[in-house]
Design a protein around this ligand. Structure first.
Ligand SMILES: *Cc1c(COP(=O)(O)O)cnc(C)c1O
Length: 440
């Protein structure tokens, strides 16, 4: 049943819940971006969701372009997924012993992502990326790693780092509580900067365990690694015995059935990464993530090899049921064709609304993931993303929120369209943007 999309009268329950939350939970939230700190205002407390929509604590309906930051590719409460989760729950929540569903999920992932020969299941993207780095270091016997400014790989200590003063120096922590010694092996480079990448390999190549990259970066809005840049990453890693690690926590099963690596393989023949980190969509909204690679590398993991990694809830039976049901739905004929077309209709609609009203705007999408910028040209790196007029973004964000359209509450986050978004949802979204742009 759809509740009417009315504005609340009387005191806002979102506001009173936020006040209560702030008494006991730092910032009132369990993950910082939810607090609306970048855009200001009161976060919406979600009461329930169905399909492409959710309702907040005041009963107001929103078209959801976050989808739990990516996992909800089928929309909320897809019947086949709900049924699988309910059946799994009745069989038990967690055993700490192997189950058939873990094997089935591993088979499914390895089938869909050709670069993977083996996978290990974990519970969050952070855990998967952190474990992939330990494995890369263990497998190569090297300590140094490369990451790129603006890419997010979860909140493990060694990855909370920004560029130092030069290529010979390593990064500086971006969080208090991370000792400088812990990031001294992390080299932070500019995204899409080929000359700098070459220089870094020339200086440090034979001591770099892995290069970790978001191939289509979704944590600085939406920025693609260019084809020549990605090609050079692959060549340099191969030449120096460095493992190329794709962090596809966001892009995996989101931009295409085979992930971003399948998108790059269309332009770079034979292209594949050495290791892949997955999360978000593979859990369908439950805590589930994975990392994998070649048999040779993965067999270095305990209990087979010397690299330790473990988890009480890893491969959880309810989470694997949810993930498996989700992966089965996205393999249906034309799933990505339809999802991509719907996402493109959103971004082309928004672009047209902006150009009709003379607002600087540019946008890009791949599969069910999109980004937009209040800029004239698509940025190629983090520094350019951050040149966006953030007060202008915040005004746009709040105008859309008032109209019942829920975009990410920060200009450096990507957006997501699900299979449940209808042409009517897209149309309503584009008209709201057009109305706002006309007033600007
Ligand atoms: C979300 C995300 C992570 C972290 O995953 P969590 O499940 O939040 O720990 C890592 N890498 C990328 C690319 C992500 O988008």
């Amino acid at each position: 049943m759809e509740l009417p999309n009315t504005k609340p009268s009387g005191p806002s329950r979102n506001e009173s819940l936020f006040q209560r939350a702030k008494q006991l939970i730092p910032g009132g939230v369990n993950s910082p971006v939810r607090a609306f700190k970048a855009v200001g205002g009161t976060p919406r407390f979600v009461q329930r969701a169905a399909g492409a929509h959710f309702w907040d604590a005041d009963g107001k309906r929103y078209i959801d372009y976050i989808g739990s930051w990516g996992p909800m590719i089928l929309g909320h409460g897809h019947p086949a997924v709900v049924e699988a989760v309910q059946a799994a729950l009745l069989e038990g929540f967690s055993f700490g012993a192997p189950t058939e569903r873990e094997v089935e999920l591993a088979e499914e992932i390895v089938k869909l992502v050709p670069s993977l020969e083996m996978v290990r299941l974990v519970s969050s993207g952070t855990e998967a990326a952190m474990s992939a780095i330990r494995l890369a270091r263990g497998a190569t016997g090297r300590s140094k790693i490369i990451k790129f400014e603006g890419c997010y790989h979860g909140h493990a200590d060694a990855l909370l780092v920004k560029a130092g003063s030069g290529l010979a120096t390593f990064g500086n922590p971006t969080s208090a509580g991370v000792p400088p010694e812990v990031v001294q092996h992390t080299l932070v480079l500019e995204y899409n900067h080929i000359a700098q990448l070459e220089e870094a390999f020339a200086l440090h190549g034979n001591t770099i365990a892995c290069l970790m990259i978001e191939p289509i970066a979704g944590n600085m809005n939406f920025v693609r690694a260019s084809i020549p840049f990605m090609k050079r990453c692959r060549e340099l890693c191969t030449a120096h015995g460095t493992l190329l690690v794709f962090d596809e926590v966001m892009t995996g099963f989101r931009v295409a059935l085979g992930g971003a690596q399948s998108v790059y393989a269309r332009s770079i023949p034979g292209f594949k990464p050495d290791m892949t980190v997955l999360g978000k969509v593979i859990g369908g909204g439950m805590p589930l993530a994975a990392f994998g690679g070649s048999r040779q590398v993965m067999e270095q993991l305990a209990p087979m090899g010397p690299v330790y990694q473990a988890g009480t809830l890893s491969g959880n039976p309810v989470a694997t049921a949810c993930g498996l049901a989700t992966l089965r739905e996205i393999q249906k004929p034309d799933f990505y064709h339809t999802l991509s077309a719907r996402t493109r209709s959103l971004v082309t609609g928004l672009s047209a609304a902006a150009s009709q009203t003379g607002v600087p705007f540019c946008t890009d999408s791949e599969g069910g993931m999109f980004g937009f910028f209040l800029l004239d040209q698509l940025p190629q790196n983090y520094a350019t993303v951050m040149t966006t007029d953030s007060p202008a973004f915040n005004r746009f964000f709040h105008a859309m929120l008032d109209d019942g359209i829920y975009y990410a509450p920060a200009l450096y986050e990507a957006g997501f369209v699900s299979a449940a978004h209808t042409a009517a949802d897209i149309e309503a979204t584009v008209s709201a943007a057009h109305r706002y742009f006309s007033r600007m």
